[in-house]
Design a protein around this ligand. Structure first.
Ligand SMILES: Cc1cc2nc3c(=O)[nH]c(=O)nc-3n(C[C@H](O)[C@H](O)[C@H](O)COP(=O)(O)OP(=O)(O)OC[C@H]3O[C@@H](n4cnc5c(N)ncnc54)[C@H](O)[C@@H]3O)c2cc1C
Length: 415
C-alpha cells in the first residue's frame, strides 16, 4: 500500500497543476491517471492567457518551456461573431494592438492539441522530485476512514491518503456520488470536435473564432487554428436545448460547413481528418460546494467551465493551484475537516465567482439574438468592455477590476 499526504486523481490540466504547485511547496503527492500519456482529450484546444499566467506563478521555467514548445500555434485573441455576423475582436492582452508588431514576440495564448499540451504537463510532473505519478490506473473505489481515504482500482492498487484532490474531469464518479453534484442539463454543454485541414480565411494573428450563428442559436460554432494548416472545428450547445429540441449536433456541424454561405466558401478546400468526437462541458453557471471531509474538487470535476466561452483549461489550472495552496495549509494545521477546507470554496468564489457570474449573464443573452447583436455592437466600440473581456482570458482574478468605480465610469463613457 502506498501512503501519502495528498493524492490527486487525474493528471489533466487541473490535477497536473495542483501537483506542480505542491512540488513547489516541497509537499509530496501521488498523482493517478487512468490514461497513459500522451492521450487525447476532446476539446477546442484553445489555451487562453490564463494558462501561461498560472504556470508563471508556479514556476517561470515551466512557462518558458511551454513558450518554447514547437507543438503549439501562437494566438493573440478571440473573435466573437454575433448572429448578425458583426465581429468583436478581443486580444488576450488588454493592450493588444494588431498594428504593433512587438506583440508578435509576446503571445500569451496558444492553440495546441490536448494530446501535446497534457503530455507536456505530465512530462513536467516527471521532472518533479516530490510527485509520484501512476499512469494507466483507473480509480474505482474511495473508502473514507477516521484517518484518511483509501483509494483503489479494485485490482490491488491501493493508496492511503490524508487528503484527496479530485481532478478526474467531467465524468467524475466522486463528484456525483460523494460530493453529490449531479449533471444538470441547464448547466452542461454538449460539445463536438473535429479536425480539418486547409480551412481558409483564418485570422492573421491566429485569433480563435466563436460564431453565434442564427441557425444554431443558442449553440455556437468554433474554428481554432492549429499548427500545420489544421484547425479545430466544433459545435457546442446547452444539453437542455439538445434534449428539448432533439438537436443532432453532428448533423449541425456538417450542415454549417457544407451549407452556410460564409463557411461553405471557407471549407471548400478543407478535408476532415479523423472522426467527429463528443464530450461534455460542466459549466460554472451555478455555485456549488466543492469541498467536504478530506477532499477538494478541481477543474471539470468541480464544474468550473466558463458558461459563455466554454473555456475550462485555465480555470482547471487556476483551481488546481488554489487547491494545492489550501492543501499546504491543511497539512500544516493537521486539519482536513470539511470546515477547514471550506476556505478553498471561498478562494474559488473570490477568484472565479465574479467572472463566472458575468459569463452566465452573457450566456443567457445568447437566447435573445437582437440583444446579443446589440451587446457585440456596443462592445466592438467600447474599449473598456474589450478590456474587461480581455482580462477574463488573461488574469484569473477579475475581482479587483470589478470593484473599481473608475471601471464603471469607463464603461459608461467609453474612456
Ligand atoms: C468539445 C469541448 C471543447 C472545449 N474547448 C475548450 C477550449 O478550447 N479551451 C478551454 O480552455 N477549454 C475547453 N474545453 C474544456 C476543457 O476541455 C476542460 O475544461 C479541461 O479539460 C478540464 O481539465 P481537467 O484537468 O479538470 O479535466 P480533464 O482534462 O478531463 O482531465 C481529467 C483526467 O482524469 C483522468 N481520469 C478520469 N477518470 C479517472 C479515474 N477514474 N481514475 C484515474 N484517472 C481518471 C482522465 O484520464 C484525464 O486525464 C472544451 C471541452 C469540450 C468537451
Amino acid at each position: 500500500m502506498i501512503v501519502t499526504n495528498v493524492c490527486i486523481i487525474g493528471a489533466g490540466p487541473g490535477g497536473a497543476t495542483a501537483a506542480l504547485q505542491l512540488n513547489k511547496e516541497e509537499i509530496g503527492c501521488v498523482v493517478i491517471d487512468k490514461a497513459v500519456f500522451p492521450r487525447d482529450k476532446v476539446c477546442g484546444d484553445g489555451l487562453s492567457g490564463k494558462v501561461l499566467t498560472c504556470l508563471k506563478k508556479i514556476d517561470p521555467s515551466v512557462a518558458e518551456r511551454l513558450r518554447q514548445a514547437g507543438f503549439k500555434l501562437n494566438s493573440w485573441g478571440v473573435s466573437f461573431i454575433a448572429p448578425n455576423r458583426r465581429v468583436l475582436e478581443v486580444g488576450y492582452r488588454p493592450d493588444f494592438d494588431a498594428a504593433d508588431l512587438r506583440h508578435k514576440e509576446v503571445p500569451i495564448g496558444y492553440v495546441c492539441k490536448r494530446l501535446d499540451f497534457d503530455h507536456f504537463l505530465v512530462q513536467e510532473l516527471k521532472r518533479c522530485a516530490h510527485v509520484t505519478l501512476y499512469e494507466g490506473v483507473a480509480v474505482t473505489e474511495y473508502t473514507s476512514g477516521a484517518d484518511g481515504y483509501l483509494v483503489s482500482d479494485g485490482r490491488g492498487f491501493v493508496v492511503k491518503t490524508s487528503l484527496l484532490i479530485i481532478a478526474n474531469g467531467a465524468h467524475s464518479s466522486f463528484t456525483k456520488q460523494v460530493a453529490g453534484i449531479r449533471m444538470e442539463p441547464e448547466h452542461y454543454v454538449a460539445g463536438l470536435r473535429a479536425y480539418y485541414k486547409n480551412v481558409e480565411g483564418l485570422h492573421p494573428q491566429n485569433f480563435i473564432e466563436l460564431h453565434f450563428l442564427k441557425s444554431l442559436l443558442p449553440g455556437y460554432f468554433w474554428i481554432f487554428p492549429l499548427p500545420n494548416g489544421q484547425a479545430n472545428v466544433g459545435v457546442g450547445m446547452l444539453s437542455e436545448t439538445v434534449g428539448r429540441k432533439k438537436v443532432n449536433l453532428k448533423k449541425e456541424l456538417l450542415r454549417i460547413v457544407a451549407e452556410d454561405p460564409v463557411f461553405k466558401e471557407r471549407f471548400k478546400n478543407a478535408q476532415l481528418q479523423g472522426g467527429i468526437e463528443g464530450y461534455g462541458l460542466p459549466l460554472g453557471s451555478k455555485k456549488r460546494v466543492l469541498t467536504g471531509e478530506r477532499y477538494m474538487l478541481v477543474g471539470d470535476a468541480a464544474f468550473l467551465i466558463d458558461p459563455f466561452t466554454g473555456e475550462g483549461i485555465g480555470n482547471a489550472m487556476g483551481s488546481g493551484r488554489l487547491a494545492a495552496l489550501q492543501a499546504v495549509k491543511a497539512i500544516r494545521a493537521g486539519n482536513f475537516s470539511a470546515a477547514g477546507l471550506a476556505a478553498y470554496d471561498e478562494d474559488i468564489e473570490r477568484v472565479l465567482g465574479p467572472e463566472l457570474r458575468l459569463s452566465t449573464r452573457i450566456q443567457k443573452l445568447v437566447n435573445y439574438p437582437r440583444l446579443f447583436n446589440l451587446l457585440i455592437n456596443i462592445s466592438a466600440r467600447n474599449k473598456k468592455v474589450q478590456e474587461l473581456l480581455s482580462c477574463m482570458f488573461y488574469e484569473v482574478d477579475l475581482r479587483k477590476k470589478l470593484t473599481k468605480p473608475s471601471f464603471y465610469m469607463g464603461l459608461l463613457f467609453n474612456k
